[in-house]
Design a protein around this ligand. Structure first.
Ligand SMILES: [Zn+2]
Length: 241
């Protein structure tokens, strides 16, 4: 056993037992435990942590905890300017509402309501996706390199959290993905959709897009306006037309 002192900062305290919030506390760690192992045994998934110091010096979560160490853990910071574009996501089975809103904004988000945790971890690894989940055990897996614990319960608030963490407003491309298939929509000629949409729609709208997967056809009608309003209200940013 090695007893070290831990202090967690910012939103990380939400993962801790109440009596450990906002203070430095001693914690006994298994012999040769890494900082990752120690902080996860206290309830904090490694994906949620950012800067870390041991005895005042920068350290990584792979550091072995030694007797008497003083460990300070800070939360993940929003992605900086160096981040190129937005990440792709895979949402766990409980985050269908959030996945749908991310797709509306044009962010590639895999989601299936019966997907197993194992599959989520493998997909994220293979396709370098960020895992979105409210299950902290899932984020503790060693194979999970990029993950995001979603604190809120309502999809609108969840979207705000994810948007702030990954600065999504910089790279959104609203209404470019199929909400059902997560595939990029393709422009189609009005003449080509005449058979597939009601006559009054074909007359009224000039631009149409089609999903290459399910072949659904979309246009900027009232449904589109409602989605635009809903997203604008959640993000407090103007959704480009
Ligand atoms: Zn589709």
């Amino acid at each position: 056993m090695a007893t070290a002192t831990f202090r967690f900062h910012g939103e990380l305290v939400q993962f801790l037992a109440r009596e450990r919030r906002g203070i430095a506390f001693a914690h006994g760690c298994a012999r040769a435990a890494t900082v990752k192992h120690a902080i996860e045994s206290l309830g904090v998934p490694h994906t949620e942590t950012g800067r870390l110091t041991v005895n005042g010096r920068p350290a990584t979560i792979a550091r072995i905890v030694r007797e008497g160490d003083s460990i300070e853990v800070f939360p993940h910071q929003p992605a900086g300017a160096e981040m190129q574009g937005a990440p792709d996501f895979v949402a766990d089975a409980h985050l269908g509402g959030l996945a749908r809103m991310l797709r509306m904004l044009g962010f590639d988000t895999l989601y299936e309501n019966a997907i197993a945790d194992r599959e989520i971890v493998e997909l994220a690894w293979r396709e370098r996706r960020v895992i979105l989940t409210r299950d902290r055990e899932l984020l503790k897996c060693r194979e999970v390199l990029r993950g995001c614990f979603v604190h809120a319960r309502k999809p609108e608030t969840q979207l705000q959290e994810v948007a702030a963490r990954y600065r999504l407003e910089r790279s959104m491309r609203p209404f470019t993905l199929c909400l059902h298939c997560n595939l990029r929509l393709e422009a189609v000629e009005r003449g080509a959709v005449k058979e597939s949409v009601p006559e009054r729609i074909a007359e009224r709208y000039a631009e149409f897009v089609r999903c290459p997967g399910c072949e659904r056809i979309f246009w900027r009608g009232s449904h589109w306006e409602r989605m635009r309003e809903m997203l604008g209200a959640s993000l407090t940013v103007r959704i480009p037309a």
